[in-house]
Design a binder for this molecule. Structure first.
Ligand code: HEM
Length: 509
């Protein structure tokens, strides 16, 4: 056994005993006003209970199992997970009720220990409770941080980082390239430089710390199942580890903030952090922002902006390799639109109608968050004849909803054509397609995320043809890793073949 496995052993043994303990509390119930049926959860790969959050726990069931359960037990499935009553929503109609009709009542997020530690008492945007402070953060997001104009203003960062990726691939044509890893680095660099400016020295350290923090918080969040048993946090040893990582995060982000503050006014600093600090310093906010609040928001910007986009790029490339006709059609479009000169400006991306359909279809089959971020019912409320008591956690199963055969023809098939000339988009008004959520809590980073995905895919398709490595020719692994976040189980490793002129001579130099 190697060192890594040995160090993992105590955690594994602890996990095993905890799974046995937790499994006693797991029940699925179908609740209606007249009947409460209690069912045992089916045997399944309950591999993640200890390393997952509450929604991670549900996410650890393979998605098709969740959908089968939903089919059997109706569009509102009640799970009693530990001490926390949870409802899983699996139909577009009920999702519409939760995220539109009764949106205010379900705009709350449940309290989570990991978020409390990582996000300075949940004072970030994702996990802060519904109310005046959160509304103020959302306003700052839509008017200042993530407005369309602001997103456009960071165009040169996106272009440079995508070009770096293309150049790396160009120098490796004909050999295997780990596209997952490279795309991940690219999206991290884009969000890092956008968040902190082009010259921030500590960006790399920040990126690797946030990655560790996110992983650790997922492990800890299982204890949110038993909020009244504080001792669980202590014996697990996970909380002190998260606190230690958080201390490191605090030091590094503190340093970045001090540097940025020093430079504001002296030199033109263009970063989301400088925008946020300016808003804070203007001093006319109803809820004054502390430096800790700024640190919490920056954590969200980084967390929201990097893994999501890279996961979608990875899945889009995988699906196109599985469906060579789709790949050929997307390549033909991008090569026709860009012409012989190659990419010239982001406006030209607007013409890539087929590529946009490919991206939508990818998000339909592989939404990065198959279960949307958890919500909480603020006041007892009746939805489609089901009583949902105040305090119930609500998980919207965007994955199952986007494969509902009542809404989608041949739902398992990757078919971008379904979105051509279709009014359905991901902006929250079509509840059968909600990869970014909907309602008050809808993702504020849609424009930021989508433009990065479009730019990267367009260039990968323009400059290169793609092949599978020799041994994998027949068989592209399409399995999904278990967990709350939809990623490929294995890295996507491909062989690029140069098609268009070298990007070295591109006009982006
Ligand atoms: C490109 C892919 C992205 C996807 C698929 C995605 C998906 C989501 C989803 C499903 C939610 C929860 C919505 C709900 O509860 O109804 C969310 C929330 C959020 N996202 Fe994104 N996101 C993406 C990109 C981004 C980017 C680029 C940023 C920021 C730079 C961002 C920042 C946030 C924030 C701050 C929230 C919390 C909103 C709130 O609770 O009020 N996301 N996102």
């Amino acid at each position: 056994m190697d060192d890594h496995l040995i160090s993992f052993l105590p955690f594994f043994l602890y996990s095993l005993s905890f799974i046995l303990f937790v499994s006693k509390f797991l029940k699925v119930r179908n609740r209606s006003r007249n009947s409460v049926k209690t069912l045992k959860l089916p045997p399944g790969p309950w591999k993640l209970p200890v390393i997952g959050s509450l929604h991670h726990l549900v996410g650890s069931l393979p998605h098709h199992r969740l959908r089968e359960l939903a089919k059997k037990h109706g569009p509102l499935m009640h799970l009693q997970l530990g001490e926390v009553p949870t409802v899983v929503v699996s139909s577009p109609e009920v999702a519409k009720d939760i995220m539109k009709t009764y949106d205010v009542n379900f705009a709350q997020r449940p309290r989570q220990i990991g978020a409390d530690i990582m996000c300075y008492g949940s004072s970030d945007i994702v996990t802060s409770p519904y109310g005046g402070y959160w509304k103020q953060l959302r306003r700052i997001c839509s008017q200042e941080l993530l407005s369309i104009g602001r997103v456009r203003s960071f165009r040169s960062i996106r272009e440079k980082e995508v070009l770096n990726l293309v150049r790396y691939i160009e120098t490796n044509t004909g050999s295997c390239v780990n596209l997952s890893e490279k795309v991940d680095c690219m999206t991290s660099a884009i969000i890092g430089r956008t968040a902190f400016g082009e010259k921030c020295k500590d960006q790399q350290e920040f990126i690797s710390l946030v990655k560790k923090l996110v992983k650790m918080a997922e492990r800890l969040a299982i204890f949110d199942l038993f909020p009244s048993h504080k001792w669980l946090h202590v014996i697990s040893g996970q909380k002190p580890k998260l606190e230690e990582l958080h201390r490191k995060y605090d030091i590094i982000i503190g340093k970045i903030i001090r540097e940025t503050e020093k430079n504001i006014g002296e030199v033109e600093v263009h970063s989301l952090l400088s925008v946020l600090l300016n808003v804070r310093n203007q001093g006319d906010l109803e809820y004054p922002l502390t430096i800790d609040n700024v640190k919490a928001v920056m954590n969200n910007i980084f967390g929201g902006g990097s893994y999501t986009s890279s996961a979608i790029i990875e899945w889009a490339m995988s699906e196109m390799l599985e469906n060579p006709k789709v790949m050929a059609k997307a390549q033909e479009e991008v090569r026709r639109v860009f012409g012989s000169k190659g990419y010239s400006n982001e406006e030209s991306l607007e013409e890539l109608k087929y590529l946009k359909a490919v991206i939508k279809e990818t998000m339909r089959l592989h939404p990065p968050f198959p279960l949307l971020h958890p919500r909480e019912c603020r006041e007892t409320c009746e939805v489609k004849g089901y009583m949902i008591p105040a305090g119930t956690q609500v998980l919207v199963n965007a994955w199952a909803i986007a494969r509902d055969p009542d809404y989608w023809n041949d739902p398992e098939k990757f078919n971008p054509e379904r979105f051509i000339d279709s009014p359905i988009d991901y902006k929250g008004s079509h509840h059968e397609f909600i990869p970014f959520g909907a309602g008050r809590r809808i993702c504020p980073g849609i424009s930021f995320g989508v433009i990065t995905i479009e730019l990267c895919l367009a260039q990968l398709l323009y400059y290169f043809n793609w092949e599978l490595p020799i041994g994998d020719k027949e068989n592209l692994e399409m399995a999904e890793a278990l967990g709350a976040f939809s990623r490929r189980k294995t890295d996507l490793v491909l062989v690029p073949v140069s098609h268009n002129p070298r990007p070295i001579s591109s006009n982006l130099n």
